[in-house]
Design a protein around this ligand. Structure first.
Ligand code: SF4
Ligand code: SF4
Length: 262
């Protein structure tokens, strides 16, 4: 539910939905994966990249979007500044997903990632489902379809609800393994949250080996004195003022810098 300005509760409209198997959400994607899902994706011959961004480590209001992010981020530092690093493993493919069959069904249906089970719902509790922003055709949202979201904001589809719960749980559980990945992949540079991502994409063998090692308690976590990369001079100056370590995007870096704004 959303609160309107005078404090009254504004109930959302219920949503009806059923997948029409149009296949539009199975192409040109970055699919967020848990550590275990990333291992299985690579074992099936897929490609996985790691998107890293950081925010200052600050206390956050209970239930806020910032707290949700921080609980799923790796504690680290940049120079003298304590930071939290979000490390998002993603399956990457241009064109159709390697698992999408000619009839639009999924060849890995029983083992598809939670992200695939959740779409078109949202995993983050602060994001509402907006059918206008989704790839699903209008008939998928028809009132003759099963109730998907009730007026109390509860997901009524059992598979989707379970996948959301699992994804939120895995995000917290994976923090320790991701801390180890910092060391295992020699990650020394991340981007600033809401400004861009540093994309670490070693070849599949290196990534798979690092992920397998990351789930072992015997592997130490990374030390985490990281540089924060930005293409903006004013952002780099701000990073230095915060006594953190800044970096400019540079050629032949072991990561790609993906700015969110030009
Ligand atoms: S794994 Fe299956 S459900 Fe997920 S994007 Fe690929 S084809 Fe679609
Ligand atoms: S875009 Fe929507 S309707 Fe089409 S396959 Fe994906 S979830 Fe189903």
């Amino acid at each position: 539910m959303t609160m309107v300005q005078d404090g009254a509760v504004d109930p959302r409209q219920p949503l009806h939905f059923a997948c029409t198997v149009c296949g539009k959400c199975c192409q040109n994607l970055r699919l967020a994966l848990s550590v275990a899902e990333a291992i299985r994706w690579l074992e099936r011959g897929g490609t996985v990249e790691l998107l890293c961004d950081a925010a200052p480590a600050l206390p956050h209001a209970p239930g806020s979007a910032e707290e949700y992010r921080a609980m799923r981020a790796v504690p680290a530092r940049s120079g003298a500044l304590p930071i939290t690093v979000s490390m998002t493993l993603t399956a990457v493919f241009d064109g159709p997903c390697p698992n999408r069959m000619a009839n639009m069904y999924c060849a890995a249906y029983e083992d598809r990632p939670n992200t695939c089970r959740i779409y078109p719902a949202e995993v983050r509790p602060d994001r509402a489902i907006d059918p206008a922003q989704k790839l699903c055709p209008s008939d998928a949202w028809g009132v003759d379809q099963p109730l998907f979201l009730d007026p109390q904001d509860r997901i009524m589809d059992e598979t989707t609800a379970k996948a959301i719960a699992a994804s939120r749980h895995n995000g917290v559980e994976d923090v320790a393994a991701k801390g180890r990945l910092l060391a295992l992949l020699d990650i020394d540079t991340i981007a600033l949250a809401n400004e861009g991502f540093a994309i670490w994409a070693p070849d599949e063998t290196v990534m798979l080996d690092a992920l397998r090692q990351s789930i072992s308690d015997m592997v130490p976590a990374g030390q985490g004195d990281l540089r924060i990369v930005s293409g903006r001079a004013e952002t780099r100056a701000m990073i230095r003022e915060a006594e953190a370590r800044d970096a400019e995007p540079f050629e032949d870096a072991p990561f790609r810098y993906l700015p969110l704004y030009q």
